[in-house]
Design a protein around this ligand. Structure first.
Ligand code: SR1
Ligand code: MG
Length: 402
């Protein structure tokens, strides 16, 4: 019989107190529910007298953003904690430490990263993160390579895949990214000034074909264990440090989906510069910084992934240089397609991004939204022809010229 119930703040304190080695025995603990995401409760538990703190994250049995009418499996909390533990082995220092898990209560107790900022907010505040490209490319290359058939025993991979069957959370992605934006769905959510733009999405058959192909990849291509929701709200950051959080959407899927999530959110921020940077040359510099970061992430990811393959590749058949080249070309194409799909959904679909939604002036917001839509649609349309990351950069640059 499950012991599950949503925690109160005082229960969060009790659980936090039971974790050895964090708090001093004497000294009051304070708990605050700080969850601002779409799905979970997040308690920040601190001890003012010692300055110590931790996070208790608990899954709710429904999507908080919609309400109890949208039930969600609590198993995602187990998936999240197991993904965090695996990622911390594969990419040490790039995820929060896990102190304790309780699958019945669907909770994970973990390191408090309040010294960091959520990257989306950091970017909105004008932050620059010179080490980010190196950190995230390391995270991506190592977690994705070592859970793929290239870097992991293929029978063990099949067994591991069984622990990351994540139907409810995959369904959210299948619907909200690869279906609803392309039809007049009830869940869609867009400013009325975008109605004609949305209608175009609903009737564009060229786009629909590419989305169907990307959706098929998401449904069937169990290439590696993905984070599954790697937007800039799933990254805690400082100029020196990067920590990837929230892998509750983890499942075995196409590698390009994770890389595309990072690129899409950098490009959404690129589009939002219509508002956040007003002076023309500063705006152009900021945009070059974002595009430079994307370029560096791809280049570093590719060279790290190739180096891991050369050093740790487990498969004789996969040693062929021409196979490696072909695999990386397909990863780039998938990345570009998923980048586009993840941009479009944030403009017309259910869940948006603060970078754009917080633009107060409707005309400026509309301009940013249309830049994002244009980039997104173009990337989706060219994905299968792409041979270089420069094509993504050119499309982004063209969207703000003239
Ligand atoms: C109902 S959940 C909406 C979105 O929030 C998450 O962060 C995922 O991106 C999901 O699609
Ligand atoms: Mg999340």
């Amino acid at each position: 019989m499950s012991n599950y119930h949503p925690l109160t703040e005082s229960e969060a304190i009790q659980i936090a107190r039971s974790i050895a080695g964090i708090f001093e025995t004497q000294g009051e603990l304070i708990s605050r529910e700080i969850g601002d995401g779409n799905l979970n409760l997040v308690f920040h538990v601190s001890q003012p007298s010692s300055g110590r703190s931790l996070i208790v994250k608990q899954a709710l049995p429904y999507a908080k953003v919609v309400g109890e009418s949208w039930p969600l499996s609590l198993d995602r909390a187990r998936i999240e904690s197991e993904a965090l533990l695996l990622e911390s082995r594969l990419a040490p220092g790039l995820v929060p430490l896990v102190y304790h898990t309780d699958h019945d209560l669907a909770l994970t107790v973990m390191e408090d990263l309040s010294s960091h900022k959520i990257m989306r907010q950091g970017l909105i505040d004008g932050g620059t993160y010179p080490l980010f490209a190196g950190h995230i490319s390391e995270f991506l290359a190592r977690t994705l390579f070592f859970t793929s058939d290239l870097g992991m025993n293929q029978q063990e991979k099949k067994t591991l895949l069984g622990s990351f069957i994540n139907p409810d959370l995959c369904k959210i992605t299948e619907d909200l990214i690869f279906d609803h934006p392309y039809t007049d769905a009830d869940t869609n959510n867009f400013d009325e000034h975008l109605r004609d733009d949305a209608k175009q999405l609903w009737t564009d058959e060229t786009l629909h074909l590419e989305i169907a192909l990307l959706r098929e990849k998401f449904l069937t291509h169990a290439q590696a264990l993905l984070h599954g929701d790697l937007h800039t709200g799933s990254i805690f950051i400082t100029p020196e440090s990067t920590k990837v959080i929230d892998p509750e959407f983890a499942y075995f899927g196409p590698i390009g989906f994770d890389i595309g999530a990072v690129f899409a959110n950098l490009l959404l921020h690129f589009a939002s510069q219509e508002h956040w940077t007003t002076e023309t040359s500063a705006r152009s510099d900021r945009r070059q910084y974002l595009l430079g970061t994307i370029s560096e992430i791809w280049t570093s990811f590719e060279s790290k992934f190739r180096a891991l393959w050369d050093e740790h590749g487990i498969d004789r058949v996969a040693k062929l240089k021409s196979y490696q080249d072909d695999y990386l070309k397909r990863l780039l194409q998938d990345t570009i397609g998923f980048t586009g799909a993840k941009m479009v959904r944030r403009i017309v679909g259910l869940a948006h991004v603060a970078d754009i939604d917080r633009i107060p002036d409707a005309d400026v917001r509309a301009k940013a939204q249309r830049i994002a839509l244009e980039i997104g649609k173009s990337l989706i349309k060219i994905n299968r022809q792409a041979i270089s990351i420069e094509q993504l950069i050119d499309i982004a640059e063209a969207s703000v010229q003239g």
